[in-house]
Design a protein around this ligand. Structure first.
Ligand code: HEM
Ligand code: HEM
Length: 166
């Protein structure tokens, strides 16, 4: 049951973000379109990392042994990529932020809600990275919860940021 909801949420996010960015937010400036492209890619990479939560959740909750074993193996492969994905997506989103600060912010104002939610999102991203680093160095109950909480708050804020109109 859980995993069906999980697949549905992922699909909706991917399809909606694609339609929203590429059909509802057209721009003349190719630089801003590049920023949108960078954001779309980074957003998908962040989504992959967020999915670790659901993978671990299904491993814990599933009563089907075969599902547990399969997902445990899959999670090990995914975790090999977890940090490279985080670093890559962060680099990409810095490019997104730089372009928007340079091209969009002077036109709409640096205090525009779209920009402000972007600042909050990137701050939460860095807190999530730091929390992930702590958990990676030495895991504890608190560090586990801390990384998970920051990741989920980050996820929520970047979704809000994404769908705020300018
Ligand atoms: C982790 C952080 C971030 C994520 C995941 C993210 C993601 C996105 C996505 C997916 C869009 C496309 C939606 C749209 O076109 O309206 C977008 C647009 C935008 N973002 Fe971000 N963003 C982040 C950080 C930032 C930061 C730090 C800034 C500002 C410095 C910013 C400024 C903007 C602006 C101005 C737009 C609208 C551009 C447009 O009209 O296409 N974002 N962001
Ligand atoms: C984009 C940034 C990141 C996001 C969105 C993210 C998200 C997540 C999520 C949702 C989990 C599952 C948590 C759980 O169910 O308890 C997780 C696990 C983990 N993350 Fe991250 N993470 C990010 C970056 C990092 C970084 C930079 C590191 C390390 C330097 C890291 C290290 C870990 C570790 C060690 C685990 C636990 C894996 C396990 O229990 O076997 N994460 N992450």
């Amino acid at each position: 049951m859980h995993h069906r909801l999980w697949v549905v949420i992922n699909s909706i996010l991917i399809v909606f973000s694609f339609i929203y960015i590429w059909f509802f937010r057209p721009h003349d400036s190719s630089l801003v379109v590049t920023a949108q492209f960078l954001a779309q890619i980074a957003m998908l990479l962040f989504l992959i990392n967020i999915n670790m939560y659901f993978i671990f959740l299904v491993i814990r909750k599933s009563s089907v042994r075969q599902v547990k074993i399969r997902l445990a193996k899959f999670s090990r492969v995914m975790m090999k990529w977890h940090i490279p994905i985080a670093v890559t997506a962060t680099t990409i989103i810095i490019g997104h932020a730089a372009i928007n600060l340079y091209e969009v912010a002077p036109a709409v104002g640096f205090a525009n809600l779209k920009l402000v939610s972007g600042y909050v999102a990137i701050i939460l991203l860095f807190v999530t990275l730091a929390a992930g680093y702590l958990r990676h160095k030495k895991s504890s109950g608190f560090r586990r919860k801390f990384h998970l909480t920051t990741a989920m708050v980050f996820f929520l804020v970047f979704l809000i940021h994404m769908f705020i109109p300018i």
